[in-house]
Write a protein that binds this ligand. Structure first.
Ligand SMILES: [Zn+2]
Length: 198
């Protein structure tokens, strides 16, 4: 980028986005500055506001600007079922694809001993504490059908079986190695309603 330190700075900043390399970040920077300053202002404002205010719900860990997210706060939801997912985006995908009316718990990842991610990093102690109250009767394990997602589901199921809580896992149909977020709605809806005891 010739001539502008600020453009270089913007171009480098845009590379924090997934899948954005040097070429596309440069294209984005020029697009914003030459063709859409209004959009750029909105982007900057939305970004800074979200970064300041969005945090994790203290109960389920989805992203929200409230201390307790609208799903956890909604008294009409069924507290007897709890759906465990890896990432906040998975909640969004299940909300859009299914008629599930229970609650969620977001692990913020999966077990990955090689990367040093253990049960405590996923908040599993807090999850088990919550389940000990006896309110939850079914735990739906909706981790991704990857090696790590399966291992995580297996680990959680092992902790829950002695407690007499029904544990289910989404039916296959989600491509192996795939991620919930990227599966089409029909497939996800089917896998969800056709979940099996695990
Ligand atoms: Zn919540």
């Amino acid at each position: 980028v010739a001539g502008s330190q600020l453009i270089r700075q913007l171009t480098e900043a845009l590379r924090c986005l997934p899948g954005v390399g040097p070429k596309s970040s440069q294209r984005m920077a020029y697009h914003l500055l030459e063709r859409d300053r209004e959009g750029a202002r909105r982007l900057a404002q939305a970004l800074s506001e979200a970064v300041e205010k969005v945090r994790h719900c203290v109960r389920c860990r989805i992203l929200t600007e409230n201390e307790i997210c609208p799903i956890c706060a909604d008294p009409a939801r069924d507290s007897a079922s709890l759906c465990v997912v890896e990432m906040p985006g998975d909640v969004e995908a299940i909300q859009q694809a299914t008629s599930y009316r229970g609650r969620y718990y977001v692990l913020m990842g999966h077990l990955s001993p090689l990367d040093g991610v253990g049960p405590e990093d996923l908040g599993l102690d807090r999850l088990l504490q919550r389940l000990a109250s006896g309110e939850v009767r079914e735990v739906i394990l909706a981790t991704n059908p990857t090696v790590e997602g399966d291992a995580t589901a297996h680990y959680i199921a092992e902790q829950l079986h002695p407690q007499g809580i029904r544990v289910t896992r989404l039916a296959h149909g989600i491509p192996l190695g795939g991620e919930l977020e990227t599966v089409d709605r029909g497939t996800l809806a089917h896998a969800f309603s056709d979940r099996r005891d695990y």
